[in-house]
Design a protein around this ligand. Structure first.
Ligand code: RB5
Length: 144
């Protein structure tokens, strides 16, 4: 069974729960690193937890949600090997997989409604990396 890591802060908590239902309905095993309520908390800690677990091989993909998605993106992308993509459309989601081999999907709970967020997640999960010239570019990123 494929495992996927999820994390959020308080502003992404509600949307994270919606997305967890989508993931489990698809037969994925979900590891939720927190947070566990809408009590104010610090997004970098959850981004870091997902990034570290991903790079240690606990899972191959992750989903992070904060209010805008920006703080989670900035934080997760500090980690070598993490390619976190903040997506606000299905097109972003497909391209982030096909061209960038994004291994973390980031969403903004205060930006993207649950219906669109679910469609973004489905598109992201369903799109394979195209490799070829895109692999060369991703390798350049990972070498930085
Ligand atoms: C929390 O208020 C908010 O700053 C956070 O969820 C996120 O949007 C940061 O980028």
């Amino acid at each position: 069974m494929r495992t996927i890591l999820v994390g959020s802060d308080h502003a992404g908590f509600e949307l994270k729960n919606v997305l967890k239902d989508v993931l489990t309905a698809r037969g994925l095993q979900v590891i939720d690193v927190g947070c566990d309520s809408e009590t104010s908390c610090d997004y970098p800690l959850f981004a870091q937890d997902v990034a570290r677990r991903l790079t240690s091989g606990e899972a191959s993909m992750g989903v992070l949600v904060c209010g805008t998605g920006i703080g989670m993106s900035i934080s997760a992308n500090r980690f070598r090997g993490i390619r976190a993509a903040l997506c606000t459309s299905e097109f972003h989601a497909r391209m982030s997989r096909a061209h960038n081999d994004a291994n973390v999907l980031v969403l903004g709970g205060r930006v993207t409604g649950s219906g669109l967020a679910k469609a973004i997640l489905e598109a992201w999960l369903d799109t394979p990396f195209e490799g070829d010239r895109h692999k060369r570019r991703v390798d350049q990123i990972d070498a930085m």
